[in-house]
Design a protein around this ligand. Structure first.
Ligand SMILES: Cc1cc2nc3c(=O)[nH]c(=O)nc-3n(C[C@H](O)[C@H](O)[C@H](O)COP(=O)(O)OP(=O)(O)OC[C@H]3O[C@@H](n4cnc5c(N)ncnc54)[C@H](O)[C@@H]3O)c2cc1C
Length: 405
């Protein structure tokens, strides 16, 4: 029996598995091919919700999505990809397996970049993964049991891009619930760029307004030189006492994909063609944050679930079509939107790469919640037809602006 092996069950990997199952089902040849998904965890993580610091509802058991459509999955750590031998080595809880494949989908996502700031790895929290978000949450809950100290309820967020802004916007309310005396609560958002949310186009002044109204202190143009167990030291010699330091620097591709013998971009991503094929490696496709192409004919992919999810759908369709000897579908996405959650203030929504302001304020929060709590979830009703139908290789074309509920 042929095997389509899918590495990663994030947005790209899970939706690729669903789309491959859909294509095989449509062709009537599902019995001839096994689809196997490998991930370190037995659940799909709605990673974009990690900033909410309430990860309870962000796990989707793989069993609920894959079992009804006959896709298998294996929980384990992928250690090596050998494209010459068509094998992948996976360490599971019990043993090490060497899996072969007829076609491979690499969807291993991205991880936080950690520049060499002393103490960053040891002392800073982050919201990159479900596990790290839980660690941060446990730390925040423990603050009230710690001896009173300067900075006990101070949180410093380093990196004021999309993720850092969303995290900082959650913290005033979160910390105020935990502190007996809310006057002790301080949230400081730091970035080395000249402005907070510098890359956010017309949303930039909106984000500043929201931060100001929630009492978040903004420190643009500032370099952090050291992170310690009691706070941060800045390049100008200033120290800020803070029990909580959260690192929200940028992302790069999963380092495992660097080993693949093909072209990579400056973020370590695999360069794929419009069919999501890796040009130099036979039988290998890639999608999501670990892959890049000129998605609208000229611009690079922006690492996002907005792109990863349709990349997964097209990739899954194409990998199955390729195995069946059928024509592949090119992926092109001209649309790009950004919706930033700004905590109790609301949210801001922009259109296009230049981030033209479309909507801001409280009502946009419902659009954000529609996106992150509904739109990007796979069907979780265990209904086979619903799951296969959701995986059709199409783009969601309806305007999200009209989705204010
Ligand atoms: C806090 C936060 C907020 C975000 N907000 C937004 C947003 O508002 N809008 C937006 O579009 N995007 C947002 N993103 C980005 C978005 O989450 C990513 O672009 C998206 O998750 C990429 O999907 P992916 O499938 O490529 O990778 P991932 O979702 O990271 O999935 C990769 C999978 O591979 C598995 N894996 C990795 N290495 C191994 C290994 N060695 N062995 C086994 N399994 C492995 C992981 O367990 C994971 O399940 C946000 C990200 C974060 C962290």
């Amino acid at each position: 029996m042929n095997r389509i092996l899918i590495l990663g069950a994030g947005f790209a990997g899970l939706w690729a598995a669903m789309a491959a199952a859909r294509k095989l089902d449509e062709s009537g040849r599902a019995q001839t091919t096994e689809i196997l998904v490998v991930d370190a965890r037995p659940f799909h993580s709605i990673r974009v919700r990690n900033y909410e610091l309430d990860p309870a509802a962000t796990q989707v058991p793989l069993a609920d999505v894959l079992e009804p459509i006959g896709v298998k999955w294996l929980t384990g750590t992928i250690e090596q990809i050998d494209t010459a031998q068509h094998t992948v080595t996976v360490k599971t809880a019990n043993d090490t397996k060497v899996l072969n494949y007829a076609r491979l989908v690499v969807a291993l996502g991205s991880t936080l970049v950690h520049p060499s700031i002393p103490g960053l790895v040891e002392h800073a929290f982050d919201v990159d993964t479900f596990e790290n978000t839980n660690t941060l949450l446990a730390h925040l809950r423990s603050l009230s049991t710690q001896p009173a100290s300067a900075g006990r309820y101070t949180a410093v967020v380093i990196g004021a891009g999309l993720t850092g802004s969303e995290v900082a916007a959650e913290l005033p309310a979160k910390l105020s619930k935990l502190a007996k005396n809310t006057a002790e609560v301080r949230v400081i958002l730091i970035d080395h760029l000249p402005r907070i949310a510098d890359q956010m186009g017309e949303a930039q002044p909106v984000i500043e307004t929201a931060m100001r109204s929630m009492g978040v202190e903004m420190r643009p143009g500032v370099q952090v030189s050291r992170v310690t167990s009691t706070g941060v030291e800045l390049a100008n010699g200033e120290t800020i006492a803070a029990s909580t330091v959260i690192w929200c620097g940028g992302f790069h591709a999963n380092p495992l994909v660097k080993e693949l013998p093909t072209q990579h971009d400056t973020l370590g991503r695999i360069q794929v063609d419009e069919y999501l094929r890796v040009p130099d490696i036979p039988d290998v496709f890639a999608a999501g944050d670990c892959a890049n192409l000129a998605i609208d004919g000229k611009n690079d992919i922006i690492m996002s679930c907005q792109y990863s999810l349709p990349m997964g759908r097209f990739c899954g369709h194409n990998v199955a079509a390729n195995l069946l000897g059928e024509a592949l579908l090119p992926l092109r996405i001209d649309d790009y939107v950004t919706c930033v959650d700004l905590g109790s203030w609301g949210a801001v929504y922009t259109q296009g790469r230049e981030r033209k302001l479309v909507m801001q304020g409280e009502q946009v929060k419902r659009t954000k919640q529609f996106i992150t709590h509904e739109l990007i979830y796979p069907p979780i009703n265990r209904n086979r037809d619903d799951i296969l139908q959701a995986a059709a290789p199409t783009l969601a074309t309806e305007s999200l602006e009209n989705k204010v509920l």
